[in-house]
Design a protein around this ligand. Sequence first.
Ligand code: ACO
Length: 322
Amino acid sequence: MTRYSKVIGTGAYLPPNIRTNEQISETVDTSDSWIYERTGIKSRRIAGPNESAASMAEIAARLALDAANCDANSIDLIIVATGTPDRVYPSTGCLLQQRLEIKNCVAFDIQAACSGSIFALSIADQYIKSGAAKTVLIVGTEICSRIVDWSDRSTCILFGDGAGAVLLSASNEAGILSTHIHSDGEYEDLLYCPNPQVATDLNKHETGVINMRGNEVFKVAVNTLGKIVDETLEANNMDKSDIDWLVPHQANIRIIMATAKKLKMSMDQVVVTLENQGNTSSASVLIAFNEAVRDGRIQRGQVVLLEAFGAGFTWGSALLKY
Ligand code: ACO
């Protein structure tokens, strides 16, 4: 009998503090209309001084556990996707394990920038399918606001903070149908965030903020996400019309619309959260997925395509039957 990874619970957390486009336009030369027209973003959430990737992850994780009616002690693996960990080490996964007060599980982080949650889903699925794990908690959590240069109008308009979680369990019923992940380190210069604390002669003058050549990233993202859609459908012998929901990484409404067009999907079948959240990097897909599950748009038995693209470049998809 085939062993699947089934979604048994989802959760998300967004910090209450809102930063609007108007507020940003008070400090850099931009406007609400420029930002909204080019990105689809109106506001984003900014974590408070006492919040961190781990603290937000805990709230999202507890909500996912509650939704699944599952005790934290049944988790055998925690995978946290983050580019803004509380500490270099221990991993945010270990910090989350501590916060959940559990001991008998493995916990680690993965770093794949905005594609992090898709990479985590792929790893979790391999563990579950092979029988190495039964219950896996995945969290994407980011405090992007702390690695954004708030004087750089080309990046500070895009990012926001938050966490999304999903709990997977081994099941005989269909769940994750396939995952597809890719990396190409050739594109480092188009999108990166230095780590000045670990300075080398190559980066010693850099500050730890996001650097992005947005227009070039945009073009590669549109092209690549189109290809990942084809790859996913082909691997499952499916047609575009078999997909009920698209849950994309929330980077830019124009990138999302291009992917929906490629799938010949109406925007009514696309989960969009970026208007009031911005790009929460590795958290965005799971936050959007949680929202559509909780408001009843995504129903049990429906086919959902999650996809993301981020620094590296990294990109990937996960096709699942909810
Ligand atoms: N307000 C006003 N003008 C601006 C702003 C702003 N906030 N930002 C840039 N501009 C100006 C530029 O200076 C430029 O002016 P110029 O023509 O005089 O030189 C002009 O607007 C056009 O700039 P572009 O960069 O070509 O604008 P574009 O339409 O590409 O939009 C954006 C920029 C929104 C950043 C877009 O390129 C984008 O969304 N890129 C993709 C981002 C992404 O997907 N990132 C991947 C995930 S992130 C991760 O992995 C961490």
